[in-house]
Design a protein around this ligand. Structure first.
Ligand code: ASP
Length: 310
Protein backbone atom coordinates (compact mmCIF):
# COMPACT_ATOMS: atom_id res chain seq x y z
CA UNK A 1 0.00 0.00 0.00
CA UNK A 2 1.30 3.39 -0.97
CA UNK A 3 3.19 5.05 1.89
CA UNK A 4 2.51 2.41 4.57
CA UNK A 5 5.07 -0.19 5.54
CA UNK A 6 3.67 -0.92 9.01
CA UNK A 7 0.36 -0.19 10.73
CA UNK A 8 1.19 1.35 14.10
CA UNK A 9 -1.86 3.53 14.62
CA UNK A 10 -4.33 5.99 13.17
CA UNK A 11 -1.90 8.80 14.04
CA UNK A 12 0.01 9.72 10.93
CA UNK A 13 -2.47 8.12 8.52
CA UNK A 14 -4.13 10.13 5.79
CA UNK A 15 -7.80 10.11 4.81
CA UNK A 16 -6.80 8.44 1.53
CA UNK A 17 -4.99 5.62 3.30
CA UNK A 18 -7.90 5.05 5.68
CA UNK A 19 -10.41 5.05 2.82
CA UNK A 20 -8.18 2.72 0.81
CA UNK A 21 -8.22 0.12 3.62
CA UNK A 22 -11.95 0.52 4.22
CA UNK A 23 -12.75 0.09 0.53
CA UNK A 24 -10.41 -2.88 0.24
CA UNK A 25 -12.07 -4.42 3.32
CA UNK A 26 -15.45 -3.78 1.71
CA UNK A 27 -14.34 -5.73 -1.36
CA UNK A 28 -13.29 -8.67 0.84
CA UNK A 29 -16.73 -8.96 2.48
CA UNK A 30 -17.77 -10.78 -0.70
CA UNK A 31 -15.16 -13.52 -0.05
CA UNK A 32 -16.59 -13.91 3.46
CA UNK A 33 -20.07 -14.54 2.01
CA UNK A 34 -18.95 -17.37 -0.30
CA UNK A 35 -19.52 -20.99 0.64
CA UNK A 36 -15.81 -21.64 -0.01
CA UNK A 37 -14.14 -18.69 1.69
CA UNK A 38 -10.77 -18.65 -0.01
CA UNK A 39 -8.80 -16.20 -2.15
CA UNK A 40 -5.16 -16.56 -3.20
CA UNK A 41 -3.95 -13.05 -2.21
CA UNK A 42 -1.57 -14.13 0.59
CA UNK A 43 -0.36 -17.41 -0.90
CA UNK A 44 3.23 -18.00 0.20
CA UNK A 45 3.04 -15.29 2.89
CA UNK A 46 3.63 -16.03 6.57
CA UNK A 47 1.81 -14.11 9.28
CA UNK A 48 2.67 -14.47 12.97
CA UNK A 49 0.17 -13.30 15.59
CA UNK A 50 2.10 -12.51 18.79
CA UNK A 51 -0.35 -11.69 21.59
CA UNK A 52 0.78 -10.69 25.09
CA UNK A 53 -2.72 -9.61 26.18
CA UNK A 54 -5.99 -11.51 26.08
CA UNK A 55 -8.01 -11.34 22.91
CA UNK A 56 -10.92 -13.18 21.33
CA UNK A 57 -12.11 -11.03 18.41
CA UNK A 58 -8.87 -9.44 17.26
CA UNK A 59 -6.68 -12.54 17.39
CA UNK A 60 -9.27 -14.82 15.82
CA UNK A 61 -10.12 -12.34 13.11
CA UNK A 62 -6.47 -11.85 12.14
CA UNK A 63 -6.13 -15.64 11.98
CA UNK A 64 -9.27 -16.11 9.88
CA UNK A 65 -8.32 -13.15 7.69
CA UNK A 66 -4.88 -14.60 6.94
CA UNK A 67 -6.26 -18.08 6.28
CA UNK A 68 -9.09 -16.90 4.02
CA UNK A 69 -6.48 -15.19 1.89
CA UNK A 70 -4.40 -18.41 1.76
CA UNK A 71 -1.61 -17.16 4.03
CA UNK A 72 0.20 -19.35 6.58
CA UNK A 73 -0.80 -18.11 10.02
CA UNK A 74 0.93 -18.93 13.29
CA UNK A 75 -0.47 -17.88 16.68
CA UNK A 76 1.69 -17.30 19.73
CA UNK A 77 0.33 -16.16 23.07
CA UNK A 78 2.28 -14.80 26.05
CA UNK A 79 1.85 -17.94 28.11
CA UNK A 80 3.36 -20.16 25.38
CA UNK A 81 6.12 -17.75 24.30
CA UNK A 82 9.69 -17.79 25.61
CA UNK A 83 9.14 -14.43 27.37
CA UNK A 84 7.51 -16.54 30.09
CA UNK A 85 10.95 -18.22 30.44
CA UNK A 86 12.71 -14.88 30.87
CA UNK A 87 13.48 -13.97 27.26
CA UNK A 88 13.11 -10.27 26.44
CA UNK A 89 10.35 -9.12 24.11
CA UNK A 90 12.99 -7.95 21.66
CA UNK A 91 14.74 -11.34 21.62
CA UNK A 92 11.43 -13.12 21.10
CA UNK A 93 10.54 -10.78 18.25
CA UNK A 94 14.01 -11.08 16.69
CA UNK A 95 13.77 -14.87 16.91
CA UNK A 96 10.43 -14.87 15.11
CA UNK A 97 11.65 -12.36 12.52
CA UNK A 98 14.62 -14.65 11.78
CA UNK A 99 12.07 -17.19 10.50
CA UNK A 100 11.27 -14.73 7.69
CA UNK A 101 7.58 -13.95 8.25
CA UNK A 102 6.03 -11.24 6.10
CA UNK A 103 3.89 -9.78 8.91
CA UNK A 104 4.08 -9.74 12.70
CA UNK A 105 0.76 -8.83 14.35
CA UNK A 106 1.44 -7.72 17.91
CA UNK A 107 -0.70 -7.02 20.96
CA UNK A 108 1.09 -5.84 24.08
CA UNK A 109 0.23 -3.91 27.24
CA UNK A 110 2.94 -1.32 26.63
CA UNK A 111 2.25 1.71 24.44
CA UNK A 112 4.72 2.03 21.59
CA UNK A 113 5.71 -1.66 21.48
CA UNK A 114 5.27 -1.88 17.70
CA UNK A 115 7.31 1.23 16.89
CA UNK A 116 10.04 -0.02 19.23
CA UNK A 117 10.19 -3.44 17.56
CA UNK A 118 10.07 -1.97 14.06
CA UNK A 119 13.26 -0.05 14.82
CA UNK A 120 15.02 -3.36 15.41
CA UNK A 121 13.40 -5.65 12.83
CA UNK A 122 13.89 -4.87 9.21
CA UNK A 123 12.45 -7.73 7.25
CA UNK A 124 8.77 -7.78 8.19
CA UNK A 125 5.76 -5.52 8.43
CA UNK A 126 4.38 -4.89 11.91
CA UNK A 127 0.70 -4.44 12.74
CA UNK A 128 -0.49 -3.00 16.02
CA UNK A 129 -3.32 -5.17 17.35
CA UNK A 130 -3.58 -2.98 20.48
CA UNK A 131 -0.76 -1.48 22.56
CA UNK A 132 -1.82 -0.66 26.10
CA UNK A 133 -4.08 2.39 26.28
CA UNK A 134 -2.43 3.85 23.20
CA UNK A 135 -3.95 2.76 19.85
CA UNK A 136 -6.02 0.02 18.23
CA UNK A 137 -6.09 1.01 14.56
CA UNK A 138 -7.77 -2.08 13.08
CA UNK A 139 -10.74 -1.62 15.46
CA UNK A 140 -11.35 1.88 14.10
CA UNK A 141 -11.06 0.71 10.47
CA UNK A 142 -13.53 -2.05 11.41
CA UNK A 143 -15.97 0.49 12.85
CA UNK A 144 -15.73 2.77 9.84
CA UNK A 145 -16.34 -0.14 7.48
CA UNK A 146 -19.35 -1.17 9.63
CA UNK A 147 -20.72 2.38 9.32
CA UNK A 148 -20.04 2.63 5.59
CA UNK A 149 -23.08 0.57 4.70
CA UNK A 150 -25.68 2.70 6.55
CA UNK A 151 -23.91 6.06 6.29
CA UNK A 152 -21.75 6.11 3.17
CA UNK A 153 -19.24 8.58 4.55
CA UNK A 154 -18.85 9.30 8.29
CA UNK A 155 -18.26 12.98 7.51
CA UNK A 156 -20.49 15.26 9.59
CA UNK A 157 -21.89 12.39 11.68
CA UNK A 158 -21.89 12.40 15.48
CA UNK A 159 -20.49 9.43 17.43
CA UNK A 160 -21.13 9.57 21.17
CA UNK A 161 -18.58 7.47 23.00
CA UNK A 162 -19.30 6.54 26.60
CA UNK A 163 -17.26 5.02 29.41
CA UNK A 164 -13.63 4.55 30.26
CA UNK A 165 -12.10 7.01 27.81
CA UNK A 166 -8.93 7.39 29.89
CA UNK A 167 -7.74 3.81 29.51
CA UNK A 168 -9.24 2.95 26.13
CA UNK A 169 -7.04 2.60 23.05
CA UNK A 170 -10.24 2.40 21.01
CA UNK A 171 -11.23 5.87 22.26
CA UNK A 172 -7.84 7.37 21.48
CA UNK A 173 -7.73 5.94 17.97
CA UNK A 174 -11.30 7.13 17.29
CA UNK A 175 -10.50 10.64 18.49
CA UNK A 176 -7.59 10.73 16.04
CA UNK A 177 -9.68 9.24 13.22
CA UNK A 178 -12.52 11.72 13.77
CA UNK A 179 -10.24 14.64 12.96
CA UNK A 180 -8.92 12.94 9.82
CA UNK A 181 -12.28 11.68 8.56
CA UNK A 182 -14.40 14.67 9.59
CA UNK A 183 -16.84 13.16 12.10
CA UNK A 184 -17.68 14.63 15.49
CA UNK A 185 -16.92 12.78 18.73
CA UNK A 186 -18.94 13.38 21.88
CA UNK A 187 -17.20 11.94 24.91
CA UNK A 188 -19.24 10.97 27.98
CA UNK A 189 -17.48 9.87 31.16
CA UNK A 190 -17.04 10.65 34.83
CA UNK A 191 -14.08 12.98 35.45
CA UNK A 192 -12.11 10.05 36.87
CA UNK A 193 -12.28 8.20 33.53
CA UNK A 194 -11.34 11.11 31.27
CA UNK A 195 -7.81 11.69 30.04
CA UNK A 196 -6.43 15.13 30.85
CA UNK A 197 -6.92 17.77 28.14
CA UNK A 198 -9.15 15.49 26.08
CA UNK A 199 -10.65 18.62 24.45
CA UNK A 200 -7.44 19.02 22.44
CA UNK A 201 -8.79 16.34 20.12
CA UNK A 202 -11.63 18.68 19.17
CA UNK A 203 -14.33 16.55 20.84
CA UNK A 204 -17.27 17.69 22.97
CA UNK A 205 -17.12 16.51 26.59
CA UNK A 206 -20.17 15.58 28.69
CA UNK A 207 -20.49 14.22 32.20
CA UNK A 208 -24.25 13.74 31.90
CA UNK A 209 -25.07 10.93 29.44
CA UNK A 210 -28.65 12.12 28.88
CA UNK A 211 -27.48 15.53 27.67
CA UNK A 212 -25.28 13.94 24.99
CA UNK A 213 -27.99 11.71 23.48
CA UNK A 214 -30.03 14.06 21.20
CA UNK A 215 -28.40 14.35 17.78
CA UNK A 216 -26.18 11.27 18.18
CA UNK A 217 -25.91 9.16 15.02
CA UNK A 218 -24.22 6.32 16.91
CA UNK A 219 -23.63 5.55 20.57
CA UNK A 220 -20.36 3.74 21.12
CA UNK A 221 -20.12 2.01 24.51
CA UNK A 222 -16.81 1.10 26.12
CA UNK A 223 -15.91 -1.48 28.74
CA UNK A 224 -14.24 -0.24 31.93
CA UNK A 225 -10.62 -1.36 31.41
CA UNK A 226 -10.25 -2.96 34.83
CA UNK A 227 -6.90 -4.50 33.81
CA UNK A 228 -5.46 -0.98 33.47
CA UNK A 229 -6.93 0.58 36.64
CA UNK A 230 -4.42 1.00 39.41
CA UNK A 231 -7.09 1.40 42.09
CA UNK A 232 -10.84 1.13 42.44
CA UNK A 233 -11.62 4.79 43.01
CA UNK A 234 -12.93 5.66 39.54
CA UNK A 235 -16.60 5.27 40.47
CA UNK A 236 -18.46 4.41 43.68
CA UNK A 237 -20.05 1.11 42.59
CA UNK A 238 -21.03 -0.84 39.47
CA UNK A 239 -24.67 -0.12 40.20
CA UNK A 240 -24.09 3.64 40.28
CA UNK A 241 -21.87 3.48 37.20
CA UNK A 242 -24.60 1.63 35.33
CA UNK A 243 -27.22 4.18 36.44
CA UNK A 244 -25.14 7.13 35.23
CA UNK A 245 -23.27 5.71 32.23
CA UNK A 246 -25.03 2.51 31.17
CA UNK A 247 -26.94 2.43 27.88
CA UNK A 248 -30.48 1.19 28.46
CA UNK A 249 -33.59 1.17 26.25
CA UNK A 250 -34.91 4.42 27.71
CA UNK A 251 -31.71 6.22 26.73
CA UNK A 252 -31.59 4.58 23.31
CA UNK A 253 -35.19 5.65 22.64
CA UNK A 254 -34.36 9.22 23.50
CA UNK A 255 -31.46 9.11 21.01
CA UNK A 256 -33.90 8.00 18.30
CA UNK A 257 -34.69 4.96 16.20
CA UNK A 258 -31.95 5.70 13.62
CA UNK A 259 -29.21 5.87 16.19
CA UNK A 260 -26.83 2.88 15.97
CA UNK A 261 -25.27 1.10 18.93
CA UNK A 262 -21.65 -0.02 18.83
CA UNK A 263 -19.23 -1.74 21.17
CA UNK A 264 -15.74 -3.14 20.42
CA UNK A 265 -16.32 -6.08 22.76
CA UNK A 266 -16.04 -7.78 25.11
CA UNK A 267 -19.33 -6.40 26.46
CA UNK A 268 -20.13 -6.41 30.14
CA UNK A 269 -23.91 -6.80 30.01
CA UNK A 270 -25.60 -5.03 32.90
CA UNK A 271 -22.63 -2.71 33.39
CA UNK A 272 -22.11 -0.42 30.36
CA UNK A 273 -24.97 -1.88 28.29
CA UNK A 274 -28.22 -3.70 28.98
CA UNK A 275 -28.99 -6.95 27.18
CA UNK A 276 -32.06 -5.60 25.38
CA UNK A 277 -29.95 -2.81 23.86
CA UNK A 278 -27.04 -5.11 22.99
CA UNK A 279 -29.41 -7.45 21.16
CA UNK A 280 -31.66 -4.77 19.64
CA UNK A 281 -32.10 -4.07 15.92
CA UNK A 282 -30.13 -0.86 16.38
CA UNK A 283 -27.09 -2.79 17.64
CA UNK A 284 -24.18 -3.21 15.18
CA UNK A 285 -22.04 -5.23 17.60
CA UNK A 286 -22.00 -8.44 15.55
CA UNK A 287 -21.68 -6.49 12.30
CA UNK A 288 -18.50 -5.01 13.80
CA UNK A 289 -17.15 -8.53 14.36
CA UNK A 290 -18.04 -9.49 10.78
CA UNK A 291 -16.38 -6.38 9.33
CA UNK A 292 -13.37 -6.97 11.59
CA UNK A 293 -12.41 -10.01 9.53
CA UNK A 294 -12.74 -8.10 6.25
CA UNK A 295 -10.69 -5.16 7.50
CA UNK A 296 -7.91 -7.43 8.75
CA UNK A 297 -7.89 -9.15 5.36
CA UNK A 298 -7.42 -5.70 3.83
CA UNK A 299 -4.61 -4.74 6.19
CA UNK A 300 -2.69 -7.99 5.63
CA UNK A 301 -3.19 -7.83 1.87
CA UNK A 302 -2.12 -4.19 1.71
CA UNK A 303 1.02 -4.75 3.76
CA UNK A 304 1.96 -7.81 1.70
CA UNK A 305 1.59 -5.88 -1.53
CA UNK A 306 -1.56 -7.69 -2.64
CA UNK A 307 -4.02 -4.84 -2.02
CA UNK A 308 -4.08 -3.41 -5.53
CA UNK A 309 -4.30 -6.85 -7.15
CA UNK A 310 -7.18 -7.77 -4.81
N1 ASP B 1 -11.27 -5.19 22.53
C1 ASP B 1 -10.95 -3.80 22.76
C2 ASP B 1 -9.48 -3.65 23.04
O1 ASP B 1 -8.73 -4.60 22.92
C3 ASP B 1 -11.80 -3.19 23.82
C4 ASP B 1 -11.75 -3.81 25.18
O2 ASP B 1 -10.96 -4.72 25.45
O3 ASP B 1 -12.51 -3.35 26.02
O4 ASP B 1 -9.06 -2.56 23.39
Amino acid sequence: MKGIKHLFGIAGMSREQINYLIDLGDSFTEVNRRSIKKAPTLRGKTIINLFFENSTRTRTSFEIAGKRLSGDVINISASTSATSKGETLLDTARTLAAMQPHVLVIRHSLAGTCEFLAEHLENCAIVNAGDGAHEHPTQILTDLLTLKQPWGSPEGKVITMVGDIAHSRVARSHLLAAKIMGYQMRIVAPKTLLPSQVERYGCEVFHDFDEALPGSDAIYMLRVQTERLTDNCCFPSIREYHEAYGLNMKRLKSAGSDCLVMHPGPMNRGVEITSDVADSVQSRVLAQVDMGVAVRMAVLAALCGGGDEA
